[in-house]
Write a protein that binds this ligand. Structure first.
Ligand code: SF4
Ligand code: SF4
Length: 108
C-alpha cells in the first residue's frame, strides 16, 4: 500500500528507541510502512502516514511503541468491518433529527 498522509503532525505515535530490540515486528504489522530499520533498531520514518490502528504497539515485545488507538475514523472503520458497536464515524452525515452539536468526536 502506498504511503498515505492523513493530517500532518497529529498522530500520537511515539517510540522509545532505547527499548527497541530490533526485532522488526513493527515493520511487518504496520499497514502504512511507518517504520524503517535504522541499524539495529527501528525508527519512525513517516509519522504522518500513521492511522493509529495500534497494531505496532500491541505487537511490540519490548513495549517500545505507544499510540493512542481506538479513536476516530480508523476505529470506526475497523469496528464497522468487525460488526461491532462504534462503527459510526462522526465525519458522516448526522442521521438523527437533533441539531445539537457533536462533540468529543474525531472531527471536533
Ligand atoms: S516491534 Fe518493538 S522491539 Fe521490535 S523493532 Fe519494532 S519497536 Fe523495536
Ligand atoms: S498505529 Fe498502525 S498505522 Fe500507526 S505506526 Fe502503528 S501499525 Fe502503523
Amino acid at each position: 500500500m502506498g504511503n498515505m498522509v492523513y493530517l500532518k503532525n497529529v498522530a500520537t505515535l511515539a517510540m522509545d528507541t532505547t527499548k527497541c530490540t530490533g526485532c522488526g515486528l513493527c515493520l511487518d504489522v504496520c499497514p502504512h510502512n511507518v517504520f524503517k530499520m535504522n541499524g539495529k533498531s527501528a525508527k519512525i520514518a513517516d509519522r504522518d502516514a500513521c492511522m493509529e490502528c495500534g497494531a505496532c504497539s500491541r505487537n511490540c515485545p519490548a513495549d517500545a511503541i505507544s499510540v493512542q488507538s481506538g479513536v476516530g475514523c480508523a476505529a470506526a472503520v475497523i469496528n464497522s468491518l468487525l460488526g461491532r458497536n462504534g462503527g459510526e464515524c462522526c465525519c458522516g452525515p448526522q442521521t438523527d433529527s437533533s441539531s445539537a452539536p457533536r462533540s468529543g468526536g474525531c472531527c471536533g
